[in-house]
Ligand binder design. Structure first.
Ligand code: GDD
Ligand code: MN
Length: 406
């Protein structure tokens, strides 16, 4: 399938001999401990795709079973497989997003690595998206002809409940917003990428809710198969992440999962603070001494726990963690001043102490969260840059379309 392509630059003609054109379809598969499933998956996709050119992008979170090594091996054997090995990261959705961003095909499919999704559907999905105005084709377990296969009752009930919640968010027209098997245009991903939550498992739901207008979609049935090897990674944390994602979407982004986690850590910090005070009282220091020590202990606890949970995907290590810790303490001190200021203002309007206290606490939580996110873990800056970049991409695309149309 090789061809010769040439480009002209600075008066010189460059010729890339043997260059292979980009595939039409990029298939992204998130993987964690799926080593023994990868070869069957690649073979099955290859058998199903016929004449369609494709690539498989394995996005592996540094699996202990070395799934990534199997992906590299397959690539070295000549299969159209690429591997993104992420270090110190976890998460199905964010893995899919990174895979999609590295896709070179015009169309992007997402499929699980464990063979539970029927790869034979890929060709139909591609045909639909190429020949109709659909922007998204979803393989669905809940349209006629589809089924959840051999799931036990408990898992089936969880799925039904999760699906009902999701359909409250996006409207009843869609039957399986929780599907992990779908195809879209790369451009659709590009448009919404900076608004995706990327939390947890539900990348399709994330995509549907982040899109600024309803996407034109088609659902086609499939039967969820048995896993070939290994086990599901759906655990309590995944369920918790789903609930946090729902809260974020229902509150229209006002309560992002991180803010909820940050506040929960703050609540635990208060418990640590009060317990420290209790212990210190035994040594009868002055209240101010005890209060200072307890504050430091609580801030340290909050920093460490936030670094491990709330901000685990941008966890600070080594000297970065030390700098972050100092900035975090400074932020919390400013937050405390903001807390007092607001509480003092509110109490001036003759409300109860509890109300004024709560207003102050909420103020400092919001304050600490926004400053920490920006200055300690630096995510806000990166997100703003990403948003600016995707706006620029869009402008470029519009311009390209405009000049193509003369
Ligand atoms: N990179 C990465 N990181 N991949 C992950 C992670 C992670 O933290 N967690 C899971 N995966 C990969 C798995 O290796 C697998 O390829 C795929 O994501 C799905 O994970 P499973 O653990 O097998 O999920 P499931 O079978 O219980 O549920 C799947 O199918 C349902 C029906 O389509 C998921 O895709 C659900 O979202 C979906 O509703
Ligand atoms: Mn699975």
């Amino acid at each position: 399938m090789s061809r010769v392509s040439a480009d002209y630059h600075d008066g010189v003609s460059y010729v890339a001999a043997g260059a292979v054109p980009a595939p039409v379809l990029s298939i992204v598969t998130p993987s964690f401990n799926e080593r023994d499933n990868l070869r069957p998956l690649v073979r099955a996709i290859s058998a199903a795709m016929g004449a369609v050119s494709w690539e498989l992008i394995v996005v592996d979170d540094d699996s202990p079973d070395r799934t990534w090594r199997e992906a590299l091996l397959l690539a070295s054997e000549g299969w159209p497989v690429r591997c993104i090995r992420r270090i110190g990261r976890r998460g199905l959705s964010s893995a899919v997003v990174e895979g999609a961003m590295s896709a070179s095909g015009e169309f992007v499919a997402v499929i699980d690595a464990d063979m539970q999704h029927d790869e034979k559907l890929l060709v139909d999905m591609l045909r639909i998206i190429q020949t109709t105005d659909a922007e998204l084709v979803v393989a669905s377990r809940y349209v006629e002809g589809g089924a959840i296969g051999t799931w036990d009752q408990r898992r089936a009930r969880i799925s039904t409940f999760a699906t009902i919640c999701a359909r409250m968010l996006i409207g009843k027209t869609m039957k399986d917003p929780m599907s992990g098997f779908f195809m879209t245009r790369r451009a659709v991903f590009d448009d919404v990428v900076s608004d995706l939550s990327q939390q947890g498992y539900k990348i399709l739901l994330d995509l549907l809710t982040a899109a600024r207008r309803p996407l034109r979609l088609v659902e086609i049935p499939y039967v969820f198969r048995e896993r070939v090897a290994g086990e599901s990674k759906l655990d309590a944390i995944v369920v918790a992440e789903y609930l946090l994602l729902l809260i974020e979407k229902f509150s229209r982004g006002l309560l992002p999962p991180r803010f909820i986690l940050f506040s929960m850590v703050g609540g635990l910090g208060l418990v640590v603070h009060l317990s420290t005070l209790q212990v210190l009282e035994l040594f009868s220091p002055s209240f101010i001494e005890a209060q200072t020590i307890a504050t430091l202990v609580a801030m340290t606890f909050n920093f460490l726990l936030n670094n491990l949970t709330t901000y685990r995907s941008e966890r600070l290590r080594g000297s970065q963690a030390l700098v972050g810790y100092v900035i975090f303490c400074a932020t919390c001190s400013l937050g405390a001043i903001a807390n007092l200021g607001v509480a003092n203002f509110v109490i001036g309007h003759s409300v109860s102490w509890a109300f004024a206290g709560a207003a102050g606490a909420i103020m400092s939580a919001v304050f600490n969260f926004s400053l920490s996110t920006r200055f300690v873990w630096g995510r806000a800056t990166r997100q703003r840059q990403a948003r600016a970049r995707s706006a620029q991409d869009k402008a470029d695309r519009l311009q390209a379309v405009g000049s193509a149309q003369g």
